[in-house]
Design a protein. Structure first.
Length: 326
């Protein structure tokens, strides 16, 4: 039996390799939080199952009946065009859940959590890569809209490092990284790795991408240890992130723009160090680098409140912050 309450909302962050579901009451108090597998069909063939299992478990833990839910807001990786709603909307279709459902790209809920609907740019480099801006007029722009893509996702970073090694672009500074890459692929030498590459590393595309993503932390770590090859690959990605950020910043009217970097790659030590340096040399704007106010899943909860017309008061933010920590 659920407790009597005015209603609840469901916030979902379906970005990256995990789906995160948060249920909160209308005062900002978190009632449950669940993490499961990816909810993007581009990353996991069990995307719908992962999402619905997480939702069911979150409702059960919160002791909330689906009929009590007033609004659901979900950010889903890969939701980039109108046609994507065909596979996204069924993800959150659950028996007994009759509330309105808002589906957006996962960068939108990340931005909402980071900036609380205020103008700014969020650049995400982790399992995927996207740069998303909300201007002073409320205009929403993705770097994809300009046909720009920053190849800075974990899998891209690891692939580039592996290719550079196979191409012979390594020296003594790369000995540790070379050892790590060979060990990762269970190859005794570069020639053996090249034979594995000839067969596509791993046949199944989703599994291949997931495996390469697991190699990325070795590349960012090696960059901090002055591996020339790792720094070459990382600096190339950082340059693309900086270019994408500058592209979107041009649509802001104010001379200073808030920027935050999120995702496992962007938040690695080397990327943080170099991104901060790159943005300090901004061309189109002056950039204020900020720490996100809330996580993307909490941002989805706040987006659900906005859709319901609930004013985001300081008390709601305090309640959300306090109960998120718990």
């Amino acid at each position: 039996m659920s407790e009597k309450r005015d209603g609840t909302v469901i916030g979902i962050d379906g970005g990256g390799t995990h789906t995160r579901v948060m249920i909160a009451d209308l005062s900002g108090r978190v009632l449950s939080y669940i993490q499961s597998g990816s909810s993007s069909i581009y990353k996991d063939l069990r995307a719908k199952e992962n999402m619905q299992q997480a939702m069911e478990e979150a409702l059960e833990r919160a002791r909330v009946n689906p009929a009590e839910v007033k609004m659901l807001a979900a950010g889903v990786a890969g939701l980039d065009t109108e046609s994507d709603y065909e596979w996204v909307q069924p993800l959150t279709s659950l028996n007994g859940l009759a509330c309105p459902r808002k589906h957006v790209n996962d960068a939108v809920v990340a931005h909402y959590g980071a900036f609380l609907a205020e103008p700014g740019i969020v650049s995400i480099s982790g399992t995927g890569s996207i740069i998303y801006a909300r201007t002073e007029t409320g205009r929403e722009i993705k770097n994809y809209d300009l046909h720009h893509y920053a190849a800075s996702a974990a899998r891209s970073l690891a692939m580039e490092a592996t290719f550079e090694l196979l191409a012979g672009n390594s020296d003594d500074s790369d000995s540790d990284l070379t050892r790590d890459i060979l060990h990762f692929w269970k190859a005794s030498n570069v020639q053996e790795l090249s034979l594995l590459a000839l067969h596509g590393f791993i046949k199944e595309p989703l599994e291949r991408n997931r495996k390469f993503a697991e190699l990325a932390p070795f590349v960012t770590k090696a960059a901090m240890q002055h591996s020339r090859l790792a720094q070459l690959v990382c600096d190339r990605a950082i340059r693309q992130i900086a270019v994408g950020t500058e592209l979107l910043a041009a649509y802001f009217s104010e001379p200073e723009v808030n920027v935050t970097f999120m995702g496992s790659v962007a938040q690695s030590d080397y990327f943080q160090q170099q991104l901060f340096a790159a943005m300090a040399r901004g061309n189109n704007k002056k950039y204020r680098l900020v720490h996100p106010g809330f996580t993307p899943v909490a941002g989805a909860v706040l987006l659900a409140y906005r859709e319901l017309g609930i004013e985001i008061t300081p008390q709601i933010l305090r309640n959300l912050s306090d109960t998120c920590k718990v």
